[in-house]
Each structure stands twice: as C-alpha cells, then as structure tokens.
Design a protein around this ligand. Structure first.
Ligand code: NAP
Length: 311
C-alpha cells in the first residue's frame, strides 16, 4: 500500500497543527515547513479529524491547493457512533476539510473500549469502493481488534505507537501484521522529542504541554529514560551524528516497520529529521542501541499505550 507509492520511510506528523499549538508555530511557519518537507522528498503527511477539531486537516487542505498529487495524504477518525453510516460521514467531512476528492489512507483512529469495530470497518470498505479513500488503516488496535475487523475487510496499514522506549507492539501486533501483509507505520517515533536529547535531567515542562501525560515523564520512570538518553548521546557522538538520526533510523531498522511518522514544528526540525534518512549508521550502533533499549525496558510500566489513553 505505502510501498506502491514510492514513499520514503518517513512521514510528517501534523498533530500539532491546531490552534492551541499555534501559540508556538504560526500558520506561516507550518506552511513553510510543509513546503520544505516536499522539497526534501517527504511526501507522506499524517493528520486526523480530531487534531485541533478539524483545524489540522483544514490547514493541510489550504497547503494542498495545487500540490495534491505530490502528497500521500493520510487521515483518521474516531466516528461519533460505531456505525458504517457515521464512519462515511466522517470520511466526507475530512474530504471537505482537506479540500480533496480522495484520501490515500484513512484510519480508524482508536478502537472503542468493549466495542466491536466491524461496523466502522464496513464504513471504510464502502468509502474505498466509492473511491473516496484508497487504503484502509487501523490505529492503536490490539491483535483481537485486528482479527475482528479483518473479517469485514483488508487492513492495509496499522499505525501504532513505537519508539526506542516503547516496543509493546513487538509482542503480538507487529508479528500479526507481518504475517498478514499489513504495513506498519509508527507514531511518537522520537518519543515526543525526548530522543533528540533536549530534555534536562530536571524536567521543566509548562503545565499546558500535553507531554506531561506521557509515561516516560512519570517521576519514577524519567531517571531511567534520562540515563538511557545520555548513553545514546555518547553513541551518537562516537559517529558524529545527531541523536535524532539514530532514533529515527533505529525505528525504521526494526523488523516489520515500514514508516516512521515524525512530528516537526519548523523548517529546521524538518531538515534535521529528513537528513536522518541519508545518515551513515553502522550496524554495530543499532546493536548497541537495542542493548540499551532492552535494559531500560524493565523500568517502563506495561500500559496499553504510552499515554495510558483508553477511549
Ligand atoms: N494514531 C495515533 O493515535 C497517534 C498518536 C500520536 C501521534 N500520532 C501521529 O504521529 C505524529 C508524530 O507523533 P508525536 O508528535 O507524538 O511525536 P514525535 O514525532 O515523537 O515528536 C515530535 C516532537 O518532537 C519535537 N521535535 C521534532 N523534531 C525535532 C528536532 N529535530 N529537534 C528537536 N525537537 C524536535 C517537536 O516538539 P517540540 O519542539 O515542542 O519539542 C515535535 O512536535 C503526530 O503528529 C501524528 O501525526 C498519531
């Protein structure tokens, strides 16, 4: 599905394109950053109807004018009701906000606790048959969730949380995807910025920063994350590369992973992240990284996802 589109194994995450985040990057900065992504060959853009209650899709829609065919467009929805009708309504609303006739990949954003998601899958199958979407994705699904919806239609892609510190999907979900020919796309691939090495030992995030809720920043977990990040910095320095290059490439290097989504807030971040794809990283560095990752894993609580979010 993604491979047939000749895409690089990196996508631009557009979660932060929402009014609350615009206290940081302006619309102009974000539009310029998206242009830079395309110049650098990063064509896969990932958004969702929930990001900024549609504002991310709208900004992307503005960006896409005259450039639609250059972008591989992925979006997602959490339908108001678990029904095919509601799902189709969401697809139509996304199409309108994105200012396009077709979305390349559309995901069910989250499974709903205790609900059978097959009706939502039916909606996506209908949307695909009607030519409104080209590919069907699920996101944050368990093995059982995937098996259930697969009875209704073929899953093309699974988008899941995965990075150097969060490898839960390796147990069941990624092996299932490999067995069934489902491509895996990772989110929070640089642990929301931790894997750039920019956070100090003593955390000082503003109360409004949504990162406060992530498991890695819990008081009893952060010392281990910080320690491992310092070790990684040493490895990165030994080959004269920024840490973020190692972090992105380690993800793409793992079995069964096709694409790492990475969020960026400005051109400089975009340029640095895209350069990871060209970086020369010896196999021994990946091996040493995995050894550190294995060691720190036992200090990270086993939650269903790194935000402990269960809608
Ligand atoms: N399916 C889902 O449920 C789901 C969930 C989460 C995310 N996603 C998708 O995945 C995308 C990325 O995930 P994410 O935003 O959680 O995390 P991420 O990609 O791991 O981290 C992105 C953040 O790291 C910082 N950063 C990025 N590049 C940097 C650089 N070169 N130097 C320094 N800082 C840098 C930026 O924030 P600061 O500058 O503020 O530090 C940026 O917002 C989202 O935009 C969204 O498309 C999907």
């Amino acid at each position: 599905m993604l491979e047939t589109n000749n895409l690089k194994p990196m996508a631009l995450g557009c979660w932060l394109f929402e009014p609350s985040a615009w206290q940081g990057p302006s619309r102009t900065t974000l539009l310029r950053m998206m242009d830079r992504a395309l110049e650098l060959g990063i064509r896969h853009f990932d958004t969702a109807s929930d990001y900024g209650r549609g504002e991310s899709e709208k900004l992307l829609g503005e960006f896409l004018k005259g450039k639609r065919e250059r972008v591989f467009l992925a979006s997602k929805a959490n339908p108001r009701e678990v029904s095919a009708k509601s799902t189709l309504e969401h697809v139509n609303e996304s199409l309108e906000r994105l200012n396009t006739d077709v979305i390349d990949l559309y995901y069910i954003h989250w499974p709903r606790r205790g609900k059978d998601m097959r009706p939502v899958m039916e909606g996506l199958v209908k949307a695909k048959e009607a030519g409104k979407i080209r590919g069907i994705g699920v996101s944050n699904f368990s093995l059982t969730n995937m098996q259930e919806v697969s009875e209704v239609g073929k899953i093309d892609v699974h988008q899941l949380g995965y990075n150097f510190f969060w490898r839960l999907a390796e147990d069941e979900v990624i092996p299932y995807c490999q067995a069934k020919g489902i491509e895996v796309v990772t989110y929070s691939s640089i642990a929301q910025g931790i894997l750039t090495g920019k956070f100090a030992q003593k955390l000082n995030l503003p109360a409004s920063d949504q990162r406060n809720g992530i498991v890695f920043f819990q008081e009893d977990v952060w010392p281990y994350i910080y320690g491992a990040t310092e070790e990684l910095k040493g490895l990165a320095e030994s080959i004269n590369q920024p840490l973020v290059h190692l972090a992105i490439r380690w993800v793409i290097h793992q079995q069964g992973i096709h694409t790492a989504i990475v969020g960026a807030k400005n051109e400089a971040q975009m340029e640095m992240n895209a350069a990871a794809l060209e970086a020369d990283i010896p196999e021994t560095i990946f091996e040493q990284m995995t050894e550190i990752s294995n060691r720190v894993a036992k200090h990270i609580p086993k939650l269903s996802n790194m935000y402990d979010y269960n809608p």
